[in-house]
Design a protein around this ligand. Structure first.
Ligand SMILES: O=P(O)(O)OC[C@@H](O)[C@@H](O)c1c[nH]c2ccccc12
Length: 259
């Protein structure tokens, strides 16, 4: 069984919420990527989302854009990231999710990318610019590779579309909690609670909320309405500042939650 499915079953049994940190691959060099995955597992992360640096990251805000540029300046490539994941796989057991746009996958070759990702031990893939109408290009490959395509729903998705997206695949459903790009936010949309509760009602998959979550309080608040959170920009920022204690605290705050 896919590591992601197993991880969510385990959480459910323990009645715990998920915390999935996002890191930019190669920000600070690829050795750091290995170190960071090991560290995040030791803090209790449910899974880790690894961003592939890309020059045109249309869904990303300033923090992740800047991290991507630093990684590109280090000469980090998709091939080198997959090789690093292959190297770290024997020493970590948490699920690894790769987040990339379509362009780097096209450039690599769809079949080769999915084959190499599978060999490296990747468990899931998030591709924000791949609409469900186009995913047949990749799905058969993902099925053979036992990699879950993680799909996104947003505040502007209709109920019909949420139903359609939620009926596909395994892994989890990614509920985007802002109408915009990644990055810390002081306040959430007034409708976020209803939005998440509605998705939870529709979806039989675990629902994780992401975008704009940067504090323990926000993570705890948002995860009351769903199965857990994804935190990106804040984690990227804390790694950049080498503030490992704060990262540990943030992850543990949700693991300690009474639910
Ligand atoms: O950075 P934030 O606001 O915490 O959002 C999560 C996010 O970083 C991560 O999941 C992500 C980074 N880039 C993306 C692009 C699309 C979907 C998701 C992502």
């Amino acid at each position: 069984m896919n590591r992601l499915t197993k991880a969510f079953e385990r959480l459910k049994k323990k009645d715990e919420k998920a915390f999935v940190p996002y890191i930019m691959a190669g920000d600070g060099g690829l050795e750091k990527l290995m170190e960071r995955i090991v560290f995040l597992e030791s803090c209790g992360a449910t899974a880790v989302e690894i961003g592939i640096p890309f020059s045109d990251p249309v869904a990303d805000g300033p923090t992740i854009q800047a991290a991507g540029l630093r990684a590109l300046n280090e000469g980090v490539t998709l091939k080198a990231v997959l090789q690093t994941i292959l190297n770290v796989r024997p020493i970590v057991s948490i699920p690894i999710i790769v987040m990339t746009y379509m362009n780097p996958i096209y450039a690599y070759g769809i079949a080769s990318f999915i084959e190499d990702a599978s060999k490296a031990g990747v468990d899931g893939c998030i591709i924000p610019d791949l609409p469900i109408e186009e995913e047949d290009l990749l799905l058969p490959h993902f099925e053979v590779a036992d990699i879950e395509l993680i799909r996104l729903v947003t505040l502007t998705s209709s109920n019909e579309r949420i139903k359609e997206i939620a009926s596909k695949g395994k892994g989890f459903l990614y509920a985007v909690t802002v109408t915009g790009i990644t990055g810390a936010r002081a306040k959430f949309h007034a409708q976020v609670e209803n939005y998440l509760k509605n998705i939870k009602e529709i979806s039989s998959l675990p629902v994780l909320a992401g975008f704009g979550i940067s504090t323990s309080e926000q993570a705890q608040e948002i995860s009351q309405y769903c199965d857990g959170v994804v935190v990106g920009s804040k984690i990227v920022d804390l790694f950049h500042k080498n503030n490992l204690d704060e990262i540990e605290k943030l992850i543990k705050s949700i693991k300690m939650m009474e639910i």
